[in-house]
Write a protein that binds this ligand. Structure first.
Ligand SMILES: CCCCCCCC/C=C\CCCCCCCC(=O)SCCNC(=O)CCNC(=O)[C@H](O)C(C)(C)COP(=O)(O)OP(=O)(O)OC[C@H]1O[C@@H](n2cnc3c(N)ncnc32)[C@H](O)[C@@H]1OP(=O)(O)O
Length: 189
């Protein structure tokens, strides 16, 4: 079946300047915030994505589908898979730039069913920047790094000031994030 994929990135972009203190390739990244639904280690029903820094603007993430993630019997829920990609793409942006950014737009192509018990190997890649706009894409391989691609996603993240989180979210957001980063020296600016 043919699928029309729009031009990507959709605007002229500059290469993304990777932060000089971005973690080295091969570094295991751990949760950026212990209460994060996507990666937190204190969220029993969370996705618990595990990410590792890759080469050349990439971050590699793994997500194992459990019975708690079902939509149809025995298969992962599509919205939840999109959430896993949001996290993997956000980690790709956040760890390479070391700047706060939020998802502005996320589009996902679902190419194959993803059964309970399978693991998605997600490779996120920075595609370019235009001002505060960061374009990033990812492929999700089923059950092996070179497994068949089950999902593809493209996203626009927008760089924001840290006040975004205190104004719109929890007034103690910065304290909570810095408490998490105490355990994670690699997250300190
Ligand atoms: C020291 C720090 C170190 C940190 C790093 C540590 C490592 C961290 C690792 C990992 C972390 C990440 C892991 C988490 C992953 C999950 C992420 C989420 O779930 S985020 C929650 C969901 N997203 C929202 O809640 C956003 C809600 N939306 C907004 O707040 C605003 O709409 C926002 C900020 C996106 C934009 O608002 P405006 O007022 O700031 O700016 P405007 O001018 O509207 O947009 C800026 C540009 O972006 C374009 N834009 C915005 N949204 C667009 C869209 N949907 N489609 C196309 N373009 C869009 C606009 O057209 C504009 O473009 P033009 O500059 O004019 O060319």
């Amino acid at each position: 079946m043919s699928r029309n994929v729009p031009d990507w990135p959709p605007v002229d972009v500059e290469p993304v300047p990777v932060h000089p203190k971005a973690p080295q390739a091969g570094t295991k990244l751990g949760p950026h915030y212990s209460e994060c639904f996507g990666c937190g280690d204190e969220v029993p029903t969370g996705l618990r994505l595990q990410s590792t820094m890759g080469d050349e603007h990439t971050v590699h993430s793994q997500f194992t589908v459990t019975a708690a993630h079902q939509g149809a019997p025995g298969l992962a829920h599509g919205g939840l898979l999109a959430a896993a990609f949001d996290e993997a793409l956000g980690a790709t942006v956040g760890y390479q730039l070391r700047k706060p950014a939020v998802t502005g737009r996320l589009e996902t192509d679902f190419l194959r069913p993803v059964p309970v018990g399978s693991t998605l190997f997600i490779v996120g890649k920075l595609d370019g920047m235009a001002g505060r706009k960061v374009y990033v894409s990812a492929n999700g391989h089923l059950d092996a790094e070179d497994g068949p691609i089950a999902l593809r996603a493209r996203a626009l993240f927008v760089i924001v000031a840290v006040e975004h989180f205190t104004t719109h979210g929890d007034k103690d957001a910065i304290a909570k994030l810095s408490a998490s980063s105490q355990k994670r020296p690699d997250l300190n600016p």
